[in-house]
Design a protein around this ligand. Structure first.
Ligand code: TXA
Ligand code: MG
Length: 347
């Protein structure tokens, strides 16, 4: 299959073309404010099956359903409780996915066999225009090969999926850079399943208490049942194994420097790069004090390691607050939660 690159900046019919392909049951890479999505008609089991095939994604991992107006929710979820309304008012359109009980109309292949469904109203104008042009809700996981870092440019999507999908819409680089926050409203209390573009602190301001799933901080065994099936898979990983070194930027940089071998790679803050040049493959992911910038750069930096010949990677990591929680979660997942914590034992 020839994958078409559709450019709305040069072709005024690009978004309409994307909508027509989606209506015809094809899979299309689309920009959102978080990461690129691999979209298909959420109501069409055959179209959704093509997403799983293109990504090589396990069948039990549910997809998020994307909408461009609040009226669509009634056809997707069986209820829209007050907590969901409060979240929608505060954060939609934007990088938040809300898990609710699903309507029968949403096929089981879309929900990974679950009776619940994740719903997101993205803020990216092109994402909204494509959903409207398609005229149906769009199921879309991140547009990467399963297991690889998510994609934040159309070029990344082409790297992973050229020849496997009908088209990619080029909307430039994503403004958030990490995926949406996933919160479940299907249990007794709201539960954070994946940190993302909306911080835990922001959610707590709207909801009060939010439980945090333990999959955020530790590796989940393949045989265990988890709240968000996607959290149990190895993810975001470059080919070389990653070790996270957590501490102040100075302490972690010094520790990493002492570990460097022949073919080491270092994923570090911009501020620390100089120390490693000439000694290791260095990829930076933003200033130590700017977690929003780190979020925009992290997936691109992880991807760049695969163009190098390093055989081990040491990674710095921001504190787990604000959007730093999402950044640190992605780095720790890339490391299979292999973390050396230099602050352990310190008060
Ligand atoms: O920002 C994003 O969320 C991007 C863009 C394209 O919208 N999408 C995305 O999708 O990251 P994906 O499939 O790569 O990650 C969705 C995560 C997975 O961990 C999945 O298991 C979880 O959300 N999830 C989806 N539906 C769920 C459900 N019904 N119950 C529990 N977890 C669910
Ligand atoms: Mg993903």
């Amino acid at each position: 299959m020839q994958t078409r690159l559709l450019r709305p900046s040069e072709d005024t019919t690009a978004l309409e073309q994307a909508g027509a392909l989606l209506r015809a049951g094809e899979v299309v890479g689309i920009p959102t404010e978080t990461v690129y999505g691999l979209a298909a008609n959420a109501l069409d089991p055959a179209a959704v099956a093509r997403i799983f095939e293109a990504k090589g994604r396990p069948q039990d991992n549910p997809l998020i359903v994307h909408i461009a107006d609040l009226e669509s929710i009634a056809g997707i979820a069986t209820e829209f409780p007050p907590e969901a309304q409060a979240l929608a008012e505060a954060f939609w359109p934007g990088p938040l996915t809300i898990i609710l009980p699903k309507q029968d109309r949403i096929p089981m292949v879309t929900s990974g066999g679950l009776n619940t469904v994740g719903i997101r109203f993205p803020s990216h104008p092109m994402a909204q225009a494509i959903i409207r042009a398609a005229g149906v809700p769009l199921a879309a996981p991140s547009a990467n090969t399963s297991g690889r870092p998510s994609t934040t440019t159309a070029q990344h999507v082409m790297e992973d999926l050229n020849g496997k999908i009908a088209a990619v819409v080029d909307g430039g680089a994503c403004s958030v850079g990490v995926e949406s926050t996933v919160i479940s409203l299907c249990g007794e209390r709201p539960r954070l399943l994946r940190p993302g573009g909306i911080s835990l602190e922001q959610l707590e301001r709207v909801l009060g208490v939010v439980d945090v799933d333990r999959a955020l901080e530790e590796k989940i065994d393949d045989t265990e049942t988890v709240s968000a099936p996607g959290m149990k898979y190895r993810h975001y990983a470059p080919k070389a194994p990653v070790t996270v070194v957590f501490g102040t930027p100075e302490a972690s940089a010094d520790y990493i420097y002492a570990q460097l071998g022949e073919n080491s790679g270092v994923l570090c803050f911009d501020d620390c790069a100089e120390q490693f040049r000439g000694r290791a493959v260095v990829e930076t992911f933003g200033p130590a004090n700017d977690e929003a910038e780190q979020a925009r750069e992290i997936f691109d930096a992880l991807r760049r390691f695969d163009e190098t010949n390093c055989t081990e990677i040491f990674a710095q990591c921001p504190p787990a607050s604000g959007i730093g929680l999402a950044v640190s979660n992605r780095i720790k997942k890339a490391a299979g939660f292999h973390v050396i914590d230099l602050t352990e034992g310190q008060a």
